[in-house]
Ligand binder design. Structure first.
Ligand code: F6R
Length: 256
């Protein structure tokens, strides 16, 4: 794992945007995996800025979202489909039909999840996956106890995740209790992964994910099994790490 301790989430966004840019330059038909949530917002903003300046084109890319709530109308302002369109994909030149989102309203969840996996395989796999991390260590919506080999499936959200995400909804009761999510096995199939995490609220899960044991109870610890992961964090999120001096000396050069 490459752990890069950044001065701010804006600096992390630049570094991540440089990685996305390099990936698309080397392979214009790159397949990107996208997280929603607050952590990657500065990255998406930076990528939109680069697109507007003419520095990058997404015209040949394909994008797969990590997850989608079950039971929300697709045009609900907090559906992940609407969210990613608003903050990123509607503002760049990716083709609308090249942006895939798990079908949270499918009549047959299992079939929708199976089809999602097939679509990823047909796109020849995800080249670069962007991840955030939940306050309970989830990646995608793979809650603690998710199999490290899990594939795209229906999952019930923990009380903690429901509490964390409820503020985005007008009424607490509007917050869905289930989602479709790429599995941990699906995520680990990506050829490279960037995880972004910021703030004191994430310091304990960052510590466990990076320096703790690999366990299904801390889904992000599964990233230790992947050969090409970059963790971009700020000082606050890094504040519990035991080996931060090593990360600064080994990987700090990326930021300076
Ligand atoms: C979002 C997702 C989640 C979030 C995580 C962190 O698509 O899959 O794993 O990345 O809940 O959310 P934020 O960034 O809002 O703290």
């Amino acid at each position: 794992m490459k752990v890069v301790i950044c001065n701010s989430n804006v600096e992390a966004a630049y570094i991540a945007a440089d990685m996305v840019t390099a990936q698309i330059e080397s392979k214009p038909n790159t397949v990107l995996g996208l997280a929603t949530g607050s952590s990657p917002l500065a990255l998406y903003e930076e990528l939109v800025n680069r697109y507007r300046r003419g520095d990058i084109s997404f015209a040949c890319t394909t994008m797969f979202l990590l997850d989608e709530y079950v039971g929300l109308p697709v045009d609900h302002p907090q559906s992940f489909k609407t969210f990613i369109r608003r903050v990123f994909t509607d503002q760049i030149d990716v083709k609308a039909k090249a942006v895939y989102v798990p079908e949270g309203n499918a009549l047959d969840d299992q079939e929708a999840c199976r089809k999602y996996e097939v679509s990823i395989v047909e796109a020849e796999g995800i080249d670069l996956q962007i991840l955030g991390i939940g306050s309970n260590g989830h990646i995608g919506f793979n809650e603690p106890s998710s199999s490290l080999a899990s594939r795209t499936r229906l999952i019930t959200l923990t009380e903690q995740t429901q509490r964390d995400n409820a503020p985005y909804f007008d009424h607490r009761n509007d917050m869905p209790t289930q989602a479709l999510t790429q599995g941990i096995g699906t995520i680990l199939d990506a050829r490279s992964i960037i995880l972004v995490a910021f703030g004191l609220k994430k310091r304990d899960v960052v510590k466990s994910a990076v320096e703790g044991p690999v366990t299904a109870m801390m889904p992000a610890s599964s990233l230790q099994l992947h050969p090409n992961v970059t963790i971009l964090i700020d000082e606050a999120a890094a504040s519990e790490l035991e080996h931060s001096e090593y990360y600064r000396s080994a990987f700090g050069g990326v930021t300076s």
